[in-house]
Design a protein around this ligand. Structure first.
Ligand code: ADP
Ligand code: MG
Length: 349
């Protein structure tokens, strides 16, 4: 009875605090918030604009269209909090926005974190969430959450391979019997793809473009394998020599060349993770293959690229960028049953 009242008055939540996007899911209601992990500030001050409301979508809308006195910040870099205060302010606003807290109760929260997170970073994350209004915080490995979200049979004695390509980090893990048996967390992901595009445009066109324009190009015509029909896009940048604005046309083929380097690095790490597995598990992978998730999995042809190079089947689930928060929400739904296991996973005392 008490549990039912609590669930109604203050449901358990899943919060995926990603480098690029923050998502909140409520068991039974699905993803209720999905906004960029961005805040807008008055330049030279630490105060979030709009009395604390200029975060997420609103902050991103301000980006690039703002007077010089306004700046934006990303409080999470490479999967960990780099600005504690701003992160707390952002989470507080998000929790207020979903508005599911009654009777002064505090949400219990399940948060996926990168496997490489340090104890200090974990403490910062817990404190940030608690000060923003969360009650008890349960941490779980990103990859495990993503695997559960994608419906993989992780508690069976069968290997499952998951690769989550986010904004700041790529998380790779092989799971079996509910445990991570081999894993890697690398700081090469969507942001580095954007950097690679900036660099390629600079080299091939003598034009300077920002990382945001690079990201837009990646989303519009980027690809990891040849397209049936190659696409083109217009790009605008500053001429490196004269400093004046200039336009150019870039093709999807050129973007593919630019993206090859970060993709090859991810590939090498995938191979290492597989090599570190028991031969029995490796032979499972030939059948079970790999699930690709995170926003990076939306790059067209990325499944084909990894499938050809790894020689195992690769699957991209529907809405790959939501697998992690979905998996965490499944844990939140059964929190009373799973909480001991979650406490054991990252025990900080
Ligand atoms: P995080 O968990 O780190 O917040 P996400 O899983 O939300 O990250 O993924 C964000 C990344 O996915 C960004 O780098 C973004 O540029 C990239 N992304 C989103 N859509 C696409 C797309 N269609 N093609 C390639 N990359 C994409
Ligand atoms: Mg993520």
């Amino acid at each position: 009875m008490f549990h039912q009242i609590r669930r109604w008055a203050c449901p358990d939540l899943a919060i995926d605090l990603g480098t690029a996007n923050t998502q909140v899911a409520v068991p039974g209601a699905g993803v209720v918030l999905d906004e960029p992990t961005v805040v807008a500030l008055q330049k030279g001050s630490r105060r979030v604009l709009g009395q604390g409301t200029a975060v997420g979508k609103l902050a991103r809308q301000m980006l690039g269209r703002t007077p010089d006195s306004i700046t934006t910040a990303r409080p999470v870099q490479d999967g960990v909090i780099t600005d504690f205060e701003l992160c707390e302010a952002m989470l507080r606003y998000f929790l207020r926005k979903i508005g599911r807290r009654k009777l002064g109760l505090r949400h219990r929260v399940v948060m996926p974190v990168p496997g490489s997170i340090t104890p200090v970073e974990r403490r910062a994350l817990r404190m940030s969430a608690e000060r923003a209004g969360a009650g008890h915080v349960y941490l779980m490995a990103d990859c495990k959450a993503a695997a559960i979200g994608a419906g993989l049979p992780i508690s069976e004695p069968l290997a499952s391979l998951v690769c989550d390509i986010g904004g700041g980090t790529t998380e790779i893990a092989v799971l079996s019997l509910g445990e991570i048996v081999s894993s890697r967390s690398l700081r090469i992901a969507g942001d580095e793809m954007d950097e690679a595009i900036v660099e390629s445009v600079r080299r091939n066109y003598s034009l300077r473009i920002g990382t945001q324009s690079a990201e837009q190009l990646k989303m519009r015509i980027g690809c990891a394998a040849p397209r049936d029909q190659e696409l083109t896009a217009e790009l605008r940048g500053l001429d490196l020599v004269s400093g004046v604005p200039r336009k150019a046309i870039i093709t999807s083929e050129e973007l593919r060349e630019a993206l090859a380097e970060p993709l090859e690095i991810i590939l090498r790490h995938l191979q290492t993770v597989i090599e570190h597995c028991d031969p029995e598990l490796v032979s499972d992978l030939a059948d079970t293959g790999m699930v690709l998730c995170g926003g990076g999995a939306m790059l067209p042809g990325i499944d084909v690229f990894f499938q050809e190079r790894l020689g195992i089947p690769v699957r991209v689930p529907h809405e790959p960028q939501r697998m992690t928060v979905r998996g965490a929400a499944i844990c939140a739904e059964h929190l009373d049953r799973w909480r001991d296991a979650l406490e054991d996973e990252f025990r900080d005392g």
